[in-house]
Design a protein around this ligand. Structure first.
Ligand code: NAD
Ligand code: ZN
Length: 353
């Protein structure tokens, strides 16, 4: 679990105060990874104080993080600084938060990040790391994984060392998120709830968080009663609860298939989940009906025909990635999932997208 968290509009102002006691010396900098959408954004960046060798690195977010990118970022830090950093701070969406987590781990664990993709392969504590979400939904701020695309697979580094040491939840930071992106990333949270609550791994711990996140999502995306600020506050908490829910259970069909789309076509997590979930009536009938109502209410048009021109090898590559995520299928379908989820079944689903 995340050991420390502050919540509240304006809580980002406490950043300096939170970091100061963690400074290890003049040569041990704080490295801030900031989503490049905030480049030149004085409102946000003026509140990051740089001392000694501290550095802001702006991160482009067109593509999701790769293991090679993490290895490069780690090498850059090692070459530039004589000591390990005092802390790694990620300010942005799921991409930037995952980068901060992965860099923190790879600074203290030998070798290449691709070798740690999987479950509980990390041996040592990472560098002190702080997550500050600027868009809500992924639950990356609370989860024990950092999702990376490697040479062979898209898979998280899941470990007890992955969660942030500190999170700052300031809903005000989400005020300028574009509407479509707000929906896609918000639906990531909604899909986490549906997959967790309808999974065979469900337990009372996951259920209590999942139900809360689900209630919040319904309020935010289907009702008209909230002010803009309340909706931002609540979506930030829905993301947190959705993340907590899957931390102790698992995601399901939409995530498994969306990883395939992401791996082959570079389709990002949030929109990829939406594209897949739209076709999953057979597995999540009520959730999909609710999703379609949300989509209509917010006038969201999803891309169609993405797989229309793919050849057999390309479908195979997506199906391989999806099928490799065994715990997700076991959660979604049960222990006998292999007799239900055939390659033909996945091919037919992908062909609809
Ligand atoms: P993202 O990080 O790609 O951000 C989406 C877009 O929103 C970007 O273009 C970004 O620049 C923009 N943006 C972010 N904050 C903004 C703001 N305040 N104002 C204006 N624009 C803003 O998207 P995401 O959906 O947050 O994250 C997706 C990533 O998270 C994927 O890489 C996925 O694999 C990962 N993920 C991780 C976990 C986990 O548990 N670690 C869970 C789910 C998803
Ligand atoms: Zn997700």
């Amino acid at each position: 679990m995340v050991s420390r968290v502050v919540f509240g509009r304006g809580s980002f102002n406490q950043l300096d105060e939170i970091l100061a006691p963690k400074r290890k010396g003049r040569n041990a900098p704080f490295i801030f990874y900031v989503d490049d959408v905030f480049k030149g954004n004085h409102w946000l960046t003026s509140r990051i104080t740089l001392s000694y060798k501290d550095k802001i690195i702006y991160v482009p977010t067109k593509e999701e993080p790769k293991t090679s990118q993490i290895d490069q970022l780690v090498e850059d830090i090692i070459l530039e600084h004589s000591e390990l950093p005092s802390g790694i701070i990620g300010i942005g969406g799921g991409i930037v938060m995952d980068i901060a987590k992965a860099v923190s781990l790879m600074l203290t664990n030998k070798g290449e990040s691709k070798d740690y993709q999987g479950w509980d392969l990390v041996k040592h504590h990472g560098i002190y790391h702080v997550g500050i979400p600027t868009i809500s939904g992924t639950g990356a701020e609370v989860s024990r994984t950092t999702i990376l695309t490697g040479p062979e697979r898209k898979l998280g580094i899941n470990s007890d060392y992955t969660p942030f040491d500190q999170v700052i939840l300031d809903p005000e930071l989400t005020k300028d998120v574009p509407k479509d992106q707000w929906f896609y990333t918000g639906m990531d949270c909604f899909v986490h709830c549906i997959e967790s609550l309808n999974g065979t791994f469900l337990n009372a711990f996951s259920q209590s968080y999942g139900e809360k996140a689900f209630e919040l999502c319904k309020e935010i995306f289907l009702e008209d009663t909230l002010t803009k600020e309340d909706a931002q506050d609540k979506l930030m908490m829905a993301s947190w609860h959705g993340g907590m829910s899957i931390a102790y259970s698992q995601v399901g069909v939409a995530h498994a298939m969306s990883y395939g789309l992401g791996y082959l076509l570079g389709i990002k997590h949030g929109i990829g989940n939406c594209i897949v979930f739209d076709h999953l009536e057979e597995y999540y009938p009520e959730g999909v009906a609710m999703f379609k109502a949300m989509k209509a209410k917010h006038n969201i048009q999803l891309p169609q025909g993405l797989c229309a021109d793919l050849d057999g090898h390309q479908f195979d590559a997506m199906i391989d990635v999806a099928l490799s995520l065994e715990p997700l299928w076991e959660n979604a379908i049960g222990k006998n999932w292999k007799s239900v989820i055939t390659r033909q079944k996945l091919l037919e689903l992908y062909q609809k997208m």
